[in-house]
Design a protein around this ligand. Structure first.
Ligand code: EPU
Length: 429
């Protein structure tokens, strides 16, 4: 078992390189099976969610070759149809993209209901509705999602909620269908656009990704390609918030500044200075932090996946801030950990009222999910004294070399082995 041990109170200086986007990689890698061919994917983040999806494809008979640290080749010509059991899907949510990808390729799929971070009910009704409207029969039997179609035929699908996962899954199922599929009220996140670009590089015909209407004209066949994944918006945002919270001056490199606009705007409001370059942003903060109100929204709004990290910053800002969560029902589970460090936060449903305190104090805290874990690291770097972060396997799901990257900026953070008998119980997720 491992923990992070952080000695806080240091400002951050230097440069950090952002890795490929987790939420794009976990969609693009399963999408590779839509071509009966070899696909080369570059800028793959080295994180455990990606290792898991690669392991699943490998177990299904796809030839997965590691070319170098961040490049893989997937040969799906050897892939066999098979059901994907719970042992493989239980650890992460995005395993459900195998339903769309297998339905597209084989016109059938049997995939166990996924696991993943727990912040409220995570229904998949919009995914199922999309598959059914394309002509599939979908049943959930003994925890397995079973989808079968004689043929998939394009149609117009209105999403009742803006859902990243359902938009992606319908895109995956529709690219090899007959005719035109129109997804209305589609999600617009950067990884939706990245997936569309990838599918088009494989010969698909997807237009409108990044707007709320996506049009997919089905093609007969897709082919291999070489594709490079976009930089991770949330990893970049996490480093930006860390610098703003700790103080200092850091160049965050290999980013698409446009994807970071909502985060930059809030950090400026809170007292940081942000300078945008072509593929980097520089974050500087030497003045005291100000309160600011933040509401999470689907893209281009402020990302829900940055909400816990922002809560840490607002915990030590002057004044009272209101942080509203409008995507997930229960994404404030980490607040108890922050209040143990001295933060003054009251949660009422999907709203947190954060009264800034002069300082946080290091204690033992748990990562209750991936982004909450990132927030605990930032809190530890802001706090006086030593913070121990437990359940760091959540953080390893989505942050490549987090210790190395923060250490290079001057943080005092170490990964330490702890005996298994220490209380490290994962109580959520
Ligand atoms: N929803 C439904 N029905 C559905 C699907 C979603 O009601 O069929 C609801 C959800 O309950 C939620 C809202 O719609 O209230 C948005 O959910 P969405 O489907 O967009 O989320 P997701 O696809 O399961 C992805 C990211 C999450 C991120 C959300 C929102 C991946 C693998 N995960 O989840 O990322 O929070 O979009 O942006 O892309 C993370 O990276 O830490 C993470 C949790």
């Amino acid at each position: 078992m491992e923990n992070f041990v952080i000695n806080g109170g240091k400002e951050l200086f230097g440069e950090v390189n952002i890795s490929g986007a987790k939420n794009a990689a976990v969609a693009i890698i399963p999408a590779a099976i839509l071509a009966d061919d070899i696909v080369r994917i570059e800028n793959i983040p080295n994180i455990s969610d990606v290792s898991l999806i690669i392991k699943i494809l490998d177990s299904m008979g796809a030839g997965v070759k590691l070319i170098n640290k961040d490049t893989i080749e997937i040969d799906s010509s050897t892939l066999k149809y098979q059901s994907v059991p719970y042992e493989l899907t239980s650890h992460f949510r995005a395993s459900y993209y195998l339903i769309g990808a297998m339905l597209g390729r084989f016109k059938k799929a049997e995939v166990a209901m996924p696991g993943g971070c727990n912040f409220g009910v995570r229904p998949i009704d919009q995914h199922i509705k999309g598959f059914e409207m394309l002509g599939a029969d979908v049943d959930v039997v003994n925890g397995m999602v079973c989808a079968n179609a004689e043929k998939l035929v394009g149609t117009s699908i209105y999403m009742d909620v803006v859902s990243v996962g359902a938009t992606i899954n319908v895109m995956l199922a529709a690219v090899l269908s007959r005719g035109l599929t129109v997804i209305e009220n589609a999600a617009k996140e950067p990884h939706i656009v990245d997936l569309a670009n990838f599918l088009n590089s494989m010969g698909a015909d997807v237009r409108g990704a990044g707007t709320d209407v996506i049009k997919i004209r089905g093609v007969e066949k897709m082919h291999g390609c070489t594709y490079s994944i976009i930089p991770d918006q949330i990893e970049a945002g996490t480093y930006m918030v860390a610098v703003a919270a700790c103080g200092g001056d850091v160049l965050v490199k290999n980013v698409i500044p446009k994807h970071l606009e909502s985060i930059s705007a809030k950090l400026e409001e809170a007292g940081s200075e942000i300078i945008e370059y072509d593929d980097a942003v520089r974050v500087t903060r030497f003045k005291p932090l100000n309160k600011c109100n933040v509401k999470t929204m689907p893209h281009p709004g402020f990302p829900t996946d940055m909400q816990p990290q922002m809560a840490v910053l607002l915990s030590v800002a002057n004044g009272t801030s209101i942080l509203s969560e409008s995507v997930w029902d229960n994404r404030f589970q980490y607040v108890g950990q922050l209040t143990r460090m001295g933060a003054n936060i009251q949660v009422d449903g999907k709203v947190a009222v954060i009264e800034g305190v002069p300082e946080l104090t290091g204690v033992k805290v748990k990562a209750t999910d991936l982004r909450a874990g990132a927030a605990m690291i930032i809190a530890g770097m802001v706090a006086n004294g030593e913070t121990v972060v437990q359940n760091i396997e959540y953080i390893d799901r989505g942050y490549e070399d987090v210790v190395e990257k923060f250490s290079a900026l001057g943080a005092d953070i170490k990964r330490v082995q702890v005996p298994d008998y220490e209380d490290n119980t994962v109580n959520v997720g």
